[in-house]
Design a protein around this ligand. Structure first.
Ligand code: 13P
Length: 243
């Protein structure tokens, strides 16, 4: 079995007690304490995670559009994240695109900041149910991917996560063929437009310990992005057996 990248997206969850407990458990378990396991924590808890010096990697769930340091109240820059050994940053999650109106212009700045500072973006794309139903989802996803060709930053390494909005938090999972169709779309886009970049493709949306094995059978899938199931230690540990 090839090793897969398992990324947990905790979203806006966790108390200091649960975070401390879960991180200690993950750090002490060989299955989860792997460099192929990535925990995207709320920023408040990154310090604790980086202090553990564990083998698992840490990610932020967002990054500021602004660089370095300065008068940007409430913002956390990529440089500050690097200070806490953050290796990856989720950018363009559908929840932020929808709830915070994140536009392509904003996402481009966030991607540029992370790429230019050496943090690997986990760039999320995905269509809503209505777009899937319209049959125009390939065009929609290509338009989201198109942003990657308009950046003022070289792309050496990048992760693209296909997260259909209709599968996020719904318990609905696309079929293997549906996922494979999009993985192929992403890979051919990348070959044409970013041939020198090292790009991994993940799937996200209602991944559980039960369906992970089937999802990972899809050709060329490099791993998964896990939301709800990553909050349950036993279930997430089972998922990480694939890391
Ligand atoms: P769920 O696994 O809860 O569907 O969330 C997926 C997700 O949004 C990961 O980024």
């Amino acid at each position: 079995m090839t090793k897969k990248l398992i990324v947990a997206n905790w979203k806006m969850n966790g108390t200091s007690e649960k975070v401390e407990n879960d991180l200690n458990v993950y750090g002490a378990n060989q299955i989860t304490n792997s460099p192929n396991v990535v925990l995207a924590l709320p920023n408040l808890y990154l310090h604790h995670a980086s202090n553990l010096n564990a083998n698992f990697k840490i990610a932020s769930q967002d990054v500021s559009q602004f660089l370095g340091y300065g008068a940007y109240t409430g913002e956390i820059s990529s440089r500050m994240l690097l200070d806490f050994k953050v290796k990856y940053a989720i950018i363009g999650h559908s929840e932020r695109r929808q709830n915070l109106d994140e536009s392509d212009i904003l996402l481009a700045k966030k991607l540029e900041n992370t790429l230019n500072s050496g943090i690997i973006p986990i760039f999320c794309i995905g269509e809503e149910q209505s777009v899937r139903d319209s049959g125009k989802y390939m065009e929609f996803l290509l338009a989201q991917l198109g942003l990657l060709t308009r950046l003022n930053a070289g792309i050496e390494e990048l992760i693209i996560a296909y997260e259909p909005v209709w599968a996020v938090g719904t318990g609905k999972v696309p079929t293997g063929e549906q996922i494979a169709e999009i993985v192929e779309l992403i890979n051919s886009f990348v070959q044409k437009t970013l041939p020198r970049a090292k790009i991994l493709v993940l799937y996200g949306g209602s991944v559980t310990a039960k369906n992970i094995a089937e999802i990972l059978q899809v050709a060329d899938i490099a791993g998964v992005l896990v939301g709800g199931a990553s909050l349950r230690v036993d279930e997430f540990t089972a998922i990480c057996a694939h890391a």
